[in-house]
Design a protein around this ligand. Structure first.
Ligand code: NAP
Length: 310
């Protein structure tokens, strides 16, 4: 029987582990399939406070992991395949093995949706990115591409014009999912161009370990073309990792957990933090901040509602 189990080992989960560890609660972190979360997919992180020279994403995560381990955090590799939150203690199934816990912190994140190309996979962190805020800075005076037709694609392309010499938005249809105001803002920006009814067929060049260009196909004419760009920002949505909680935890229509008030879910003793409950900010520092909130709320819950041994 555990006092605290944390699902997810990105910066939200690891911050929750540092805080609950320092509260002597011996948290157990279930690391998940994408251990380390989205930070482990990025290279240089320059906006996490305390690192004036920047820090590599995987190093930042490893440091958080070591810090949490120092205060008694245990780690378990594997994925939670089932959760029973209908009664306390809660029961999780991790690779077939049951784990019981008095409180649960859900920090399972949201996975960026990718195009699914082999070349895209090979170049993630090397010019292919799902986060303009994180990586836009590295493409000063370069031509870049944004894929998508929603608000994220518009927001990312507008942000990228601060650095890039030109931003081409490639969208598979003619109609946009983006709100009119965001679309108008992008359309009125001189640095932003649009290529519609077009999909990305391939990204060059995995052999050079950097993005040098993109092969595009117009889905109406079937014509292909090549375009030189230094980066591809894939902004085609995120998928919150909440499938196992469907029917148990309140979530919005896209599957993001609803915390009201944050970090409390609708089940007493279950808290949520990081991208799994945040579709707006999605930053390492905001994920860490909510991880701290979830840890303190779990600690208080254990003190008042479920003291150990009861
Ligand atoms: P979204 O609204 O779901 O849009 C995703 C876009 O990606 C769509 O245009 C979709 O094309 C395209 N897409 C999906 N899969 C694709 C694929 N495999 N290949 C090529 N294109 C693909 O996602 P989002 O833009 O991330 O926005 C999510 C939510 O957050 C929305 O509710 C949005 O309003 C909100 N948001 C708001 C703001 C803001 O207001 N500042 C900023 C960001 C996000 P189709 O249209 O053809 O399906």
């Amino acid at each position: 029987m555990r006092d605290v189990v944390i699902i997810g080992s990105g910066c939200a989960g690891l911050t929750a582990a540092i805080y609950t560890g320092r509260a002597n609660l011996n948290p157990l972190v279930i690391e998940g399939r994408e251990a380390g979360g989205q930070l482990s997919l990025t290279t240089l992180v320059e906006n996490f406070p305390g690192f004036p020279e920047g820090v590599q994403g995987p190093e930042l995560i490893q440091r958080m992991k070591d810090q949490a381990a120092r205060f008694g955090t245990g780690y378990k590799a594997g994925d939670v395949t089932a959760a029973d939150l209908s009664k306390s203690p809660f029961t999780l199934t991790v690779d077939g093995e049951p784990i019981q816990t008095r409180t649960l912190i859900v920090a399972s994140g949201a996975s960026a949706r990718w195009l699914g190309l082999d070349s895209e996979k090979a170049l993630v962190g090397k010019g292919v990115s799902s986060c303009a805020t994180c990586d836009g800075f590295f493409f000063r005076d370069k031509k870049v591409m944004v894929v998508g037709g929603g608000d994220s694609a518009m927001e990312e392309s507008i942000f990228l014009t601060r650095f890039a010499s030109h931003v081409n938005v490639v969208h598979r249809r003619e109609q946009f999912r983006a709100s009119k105001i965001m679309l108008d803002r992008a359309r009125s920006n001189d640095k932003i161009g649009f290529t519609l009814n077009t999909v990305v067929e391939d990204i060059a060049d995995p052999a050079q370990n950097e993005v040098t260009g993109v092969k595009l196909k117009n889905v109406k004419t079937q014509k292909t073309m090549e375009e030189d760009v230094s980066a591809v920002f894939v902004a085609i949505g995120h998928i919150p990792n909440t499938g196992i909680f469907r029917g148990q935890l309140d979530m919005d229509s896209d599957g993001y957990l609803i915390t009201r008030p944050a970090p409390q879910t609708n089940v007493p003793g279950v808290f949520a933090c990081g991208d799994v409950q945040d579709r707006i900010f999605r930053q390492a520092i905001t994920a860490s901040g909510t991880g701290c909130m979830a840890a303190m709320a779990a600690e208080r819950f254990l003190e008042t509602e479920a003291p150990p041994g009861k």
